[in-house]
Design a protein around this ligand. Structure first.
Ligand SMILES: Nc1nc2c(ncn2[C@@H]2O[C@H](COP(=O)(O)OP(=O)(O)OP(=O)(O)O)[C@@H](O)[C@H]2O)c(=O)[nH]1
Ligand SMILES: [Mg+2]
Length: 438
């Protein structure tokens, strides 16, 4: 159960650890009073940085820079105080405890951002992109989250909704004021407008696969027969001796995972046990795990030893890249990609191919709005389904009432997408995934 939105809350906004500075935020109507109680006799003017010697019950806590924001001109929309302390977790803890003694309570995860949403400072889509931005691991991921944070997705959803509200208002008027139907909007006009919205919704839902992949990053699995050179390649790609390499077939058993950046996205590479029929129980488990990893992967890097080119069948719907190894000892078949790690041959080309796969098949286009999570996809799918019902009803010239029921479903799904209409359970689900202090 989350706390009341009217309480005054406090939390460190920076991670625990030693650093030059650490920030503590206090949000709510008591924030100014608490700042006073912590030794700031004269509250600084809003949005002005003030040097303050913090103390509580006669004991010095720290010297800090305090900034006061008065609602609604703050991140949360409430009165908010930000204290920039020295970056020592002990000091942070003492200041937070003192604020609690003065009437604040510890914030729950995501509570500051939740308040910003409830107070209409940002919408739900923007709040989700705050979380994505914080979790971004590559510059491209950060760029994509910034586009959504800027409200691009929200604008698309709201513009669709207002186009539909136009049709709704005309049909409502027809219901109220006419006997013979469709007199405030021609049926053909309504159909044309609905079709335009359908095209836009389809375009939006098409962004999901790439958008979601871009936010979560990708899984690439290196697979092949024993001794094909899988661990050697993993080590070369990550730049360290992460996996054990020996001439013994069946060296790797457990999956060894390491994340690198390819094509602008984080890609987690998995080195796996060599595929063969094995009587050894431990190795057999490793091989089953390897096959399972390939089934779940986005990309499969299938290595084949050019000196002994038997191949394994790999069940996977992932994008498969076939690579012949040990081309310092035997050539790759014509037209196939060949590499040799010891001779440093073909590696740049392999990286180039992987970059291209990531960019062409998985990365969301830069600068455009994209759906990035399951909640967003579900809302758009709901809107699409209802809009297709609207389209059918209009084509069959059914009554305005019937068309309107589905039109309202579309409008509500779009409003739920941005959070204009929200369900408490969904809000709680979204914000509990945030870190404390955000
Ligand atoms: N000449 C040559 N030797 C290689 C090459 N790649 C790997 N090797 C050697 O082949 C042997 C097996 O390499 P690994 O990387 O352990 O092969 P693996 O596919 O991980 O093998 P398992 O873990 O047993 O499935 C080692 O002795 C490597 O040094 C290559 O491109 N050229
Ligand atoms: Mg290995």
């Amino acid at each position: 159960m989350r706390g009341a939105l009217t309480d005054t809350i406090v939390a460190p906004a920076t991670p625990v650890g030693r650093s030059a500075l650490a920030i503590v935020r206090i949000d709510g109507s008591l924030s100014g009073t608490i700042l006073k109680a912590l030794g700031c006799a004269h509250l600084p003017e809003e949005r002005h940085a003030a040097f303050v010697r913090l103390e509580y019950q006669g004991e010095a806590l720290d010297e800090c820079v305090a900034i006061r924001y008065l609602g609604p001109r703050s991140f949360t929309g409430n009165d908010l105080v930000e204290l920039t302390l020295h970056g020592n977790p002990l000091l942070v803890q003492r200041v937070v405890s003192a604020a609690v003694s003065c009437g604040a309570r510890m914030a729950e995860p995501g509570e500051f951002t939740e308040r910003a949403v409830v107070n209409g400072k940002i919408d739900l889509l923007q709040a989700e992109s705050v979380a994505d931005l914080i979790n971004a691991r590559t510059p491209l991921q950060a760029k994509l989250s910034l586009v959504n944070l800027g409200g691009c997705l929200s604008e698309t959803a709201m513009s669709l909704r207002s186009q539909l509200l136009y049709v709704i208002s005309r049909l409502e008027a027809a219901l109220d004021f006419s006997e013979d139907g469709y007199s405030f909007i021609a049926r053909e006009d309504a159909i044309a407008r609905v079709e335009r919205c359908q095209t836009e919704l389809r375009r939006l839902s098409d962004t999901f696969r790439r958008g979601a992949a871009s936010v979560r990053g990708l899984e690439a699995v290196i697979i092949g027969r024993p001794n094909a050179g899988k661990s050697t390649l993993l080590n070369r790609l990550v730049g360290s001796e992460r996996s054990i390499v020996t001439p013994v077939a069946g060296t790797t058993r457990d999956i060894v995972r390491e994340t690198i950046e390819l094509g602008g996205l984080p890609v987690t590479l998995s080195d796996t046990a060599g595929l063969r029929t094995s009587e050894d129980m431990v190795e057999a488990i490793g091989i089953e795990r390897a096959r399972e990893a390939a089934r779940r992967a986005d990309i499969v890097i299938h290595l084949i030893d050019a000196t002994a080119p038997e191949q394994e069948t790999i069940e996977s719907t992932a994008c498969e890249l076939r690579v012949f190894t040990k081309v310092d000892l035997a050539p790759a078949p014509r037209g196939e990609l060949g590499i040799s790690v010891p001779a440093e041959r073909g590696i740049e080309e392999l990286i180039g191919r992987l970059d291209a796969i990531v960019q062409q098949q998985f990365a969301a286009p830069e600068g455009a709005a994209a759906l990035v999570n399951e909640r967003q996809r579900t809302m758009v799918a709901e809107a699409e389904a209802a809009l297709s019902a609207v389209h059918n009803s209009l084509n069959e010239a059914r009554s305005e009432e019937i068309v309107l029921v589905d039109l309202y479903r579309v409008a509500n799904a779009l409003a739920a997408l941005t959070g204009a209409i929200s369900n408490n359970d969904i809000i709680t689900e979204i914000f509990t995934k945030f870190c404390i202090g955000k």
